[in-house]
Design a protein around this ligand. Structure first.
Ligand code: ZN
Length: 281
């Protein structure tokens, strides 16, 4: 099942993508797609609906972030061995954890704002995990039962603020528009194996990133279990699980970064695509 949110920013309505790729309005069934609607019982109720009975949404409305009211936006760094190598950093013995501010969250196609003065705005296609059930001290063997579904995330990153300006990576990760989520939340029953998904990213038609989640250092189940040892995960929390190689910072012979007016496209098998045009803040 593919759940989404559509409409103007801040006024998004819940929707469902039917098998023909058309948006069906869910606002007569649930108020929104948020942590409150991601419990297994609610998802089962939505799955039981016949999409043909739901109102068809005309045209091509804007898509909002595929989950609303995100409480925490937790990210994992250096979670692909080959990306750690291109960053010149060792594979970490335990997950590297950092945050994106929730104010960075945008719709999948809303565009990326290049921060004022930035010369090092970079891209990172990532598998997003949306929590469906409160998780505290869970085991890896049970951890996927706490996942509502998956989505595409671009972990947009300003490298100077992240790396060169002292202290936490968070400074370079949380600018407005640096967290596009979507186009849809694909429920976990519809993702056969989260550890075998191709993911890719292009800038102006040039393919920079090509990877597969099977080369993650710590898989989704391990990450959910690990994070649940140092925080309680709540329904609607989002985890971005790290990026495969091919970020601009690691480009050869020299780094490549985003400028205003470029087009970024990214996608993951079965989870859809995002498209962002960059603009000056
Ligand atoms: Zn990342």
């Amino acid at each position: 099942m593919k759940l989404l949110r559509y409409g103007p920013q801040g006024e998004e309505k819940p929707g469902l993508l039917d098998t023909e790729g058309r948006i069906r309005d869910l606002s007569g069934v649930v108020a929104d797609i948020t942590g409150a609607t991601l419990a297994d019982a609610t998802l089962a109720r939505l799955r039981a609906l016949d999409p043909q009975t739901l109102p068809l949404v005309p045209g091509e409305p804007r898509l909002g972030p595929c989950v609303g009211q995100v409480g925490k936006f937790v990210c994992i760094g250096l979670n692909y061995a080959d990306h750690a190598a291109e960053s010149g950093l060792p594979v970490p013995p335990e997950p590297v954890v950092f945050n994106k501010w929730t104010s960075a969250i945008t719709g999948p196609n809303d565009g990326i704002e290049i921060p004022r003065g930035s010369e090092k705005t970079d891209w990172e296609v990532e598998l997003g995990v949306v929590i469906g059930r409160a998780a505290k001290y869970v085991d890896a063997a049970d951890a996927l039962n706490y996942v509502a579904g998956y989505c595409v995330i671009n972990d947009v990153s300003e490298r100077a603020w992240q790396i060169e300006r002292a202290g936490q990576w968070d400074k370079g990760k949380g600018f407005d528009t640096f967290g596009p989520l979507g186009p849809w939340l694909v429920t976990r029953d519809a993702v056969a194996d989260p550890q075998n998904l191709n993911l890719w990213l292009e800038v102006d038609g040039h393919r920079y990133q090509n990877g597969n989640t099977k080369t993650m250092v710590f898989g989704v189940a391990q990450l959910v279990a690990y994070l649940s040892q140092c925080m309680s995960l709540q329904p609607g929390d989002v985890i971005s699980t790290g990026t495969p190689p091919g970020v601009g910072m690691g480009a050869k012979p020299r780094p490549v970064f985003l400028r205003p007016g470029q087009t970024v496209r990214l996608g993951i098998d079965g989870l859809g695509e995002q498209r962002q045009i960059t603009r000056a803040a």
